[in-house]
Write a protein that binds this ligand. Structure first.
Ligand code: CP
Ligand code: NVA
Length: 331
């Protein structure tokens, strides 16, 4: 398939051509098929990867661990309390130490500048497992899920409802514009992505023949949408005192059955997860006690509906992350 990403970092999809991203999706599909058929793919035996998580994770951590183990690699998990990173040792020094022992480094944390600094000083590939600005491995899983559903990506319309200034909104805009999906961010104006990134993505969209739209009106935004996407209203690392304003501003943008009904007949619902769709979480319960909400960014009805592909999407994190590691390590 001509995919040659050996030695490359995976920090944001901006660094990859549409052909390279498509190549990663094809490779993911291949790994997924092999996993289902029980075919071993442990071609990276003897290699080891470091997994740094400065924020918590279920999917991303498990996807890197299982993906690495399936490829035959060893893993070391470093959480904020279990390493010196940032507190007693700089990112630059950490990068040089870890890259002398490991073959690849995953980093989940705060600013994108941190993962970029890590990559600058690392001799081995660095993979972004989520920063405030970007979540590129999530987008691969989303695109694989969409492609499995519709058979194509180009020409589909994806609407992102909610805080589009953060990692998910930014990354979906990059991914859609690179791969030829029409992207709409639906939120109050102050939640639209920053102008510089929008400009860059408009360039990608011009090349792929897609569009980028910002719309405050829900009905107009979701008309003909094939994919309705949302994310939590308050992201990891944000202060608790933003909740009240987010609830007020973003409640009109909750994904409800009415929203799904306004979209295309074949529309699916996606969410990177975790999601506050019921009272089954401590945070969900606390928000209920304080603000009286039973559900937040999506109703339980939509989350559990036939249109929801959130668990297929979560599974695809593993196949796509495996492909990223394999391609950049030259499996
Ligand atoms: N979607 C996602 O990144 O999930 P985790 O936070 O559980 O890794
Ligand atoms: N925007 C969310 C995504 C979680 C996968 C966060 O950063 O917490």
């Amino acid at each position: 398939m001509g995919l040659n990403l050996k030695g490359r970092d995976f920090l944001t999809l901006k660094d990859f051509t549409p052909e390279e991203i498509t190549g990663l999706l094809d490779l993911s599909e291949d790994y997924k098929r092999k996993k289902k058929e029980g075919i071993l793919v442990d071609t990276l035996r003897g290699k080891n990867v470091a997994l740094i998580f400065e924020k918590s994770s279920t999917r991303t951590r498990c996807a890197f661990e299982i993906g690495a183990h399936d490829l035959g690699m060893g893993t070391t998990y470093l959480d904020p309390s279990g390493s010196q990173i940032g507190h007693k040792e700089s990112i630059a020094d950490t990068a040089r130490v870890l890259s002398s022992m490991f073959d690849g480094i995953e980093y989940r944390g705060f600013g994108q500048d941190i993962v970029e600094e890590l990559a600058r000083y690392s001799k081995v590939p660095v993979w972004n497992g989520l920063t405030n600005e970007y979540h590129p491995t999530q987008i691969l899983a989303d695109m694989l899920t969409i492609r499995e559903e519709f058979g194509v990506l180009k020409g589909l319309k994806l609407v992102y409802m909610g805080d589009a200034r953060y990692n998910m909104g930014n990354s979906l805009m990059v991914g859609c514009s690179k791969l030829g999906l029409d992207f709409t961010a639906c939120a109050p104006k102050e939640y639209f992505p920053n102008e510089e990134l929008v400009k860059e993505c408009q360039g990608y969209a011009a090349a792929s023949g897609s569009t980028i739209t910002f719309e405050e009106d829900v009905e107009k935004a979701v008309k003909d949408a094939n994919i309705i996407y949302t994310d939590v209203w308050v992201s990891m690392g944000e202060p608790d005192d933003v909740w009240a304003k987010r609830i007020k501003d973003l409640s009109p943008y909750r994904v409800t059955r009415q929203v799904m009904d306004l979209a295309h007949d074949n529309a699916i619902f996606l969410h990177c997860l975790p999601s506050f769709h019921d009272l089954g979480t401590t945070v969900g319960q606390q928000i209920h006690d304080k603000y009286g909400l039973d559900e937040m960014e999506v109703t339980d009805e939509v989350f559990e509906s036939r249109a929801s592909r959130v668990f297929e999407e979560a599974e695809n994190r593993m196949h796509t992350i495996k492909a990223v590691m394999a391609a950049t390590l030259g499996a």
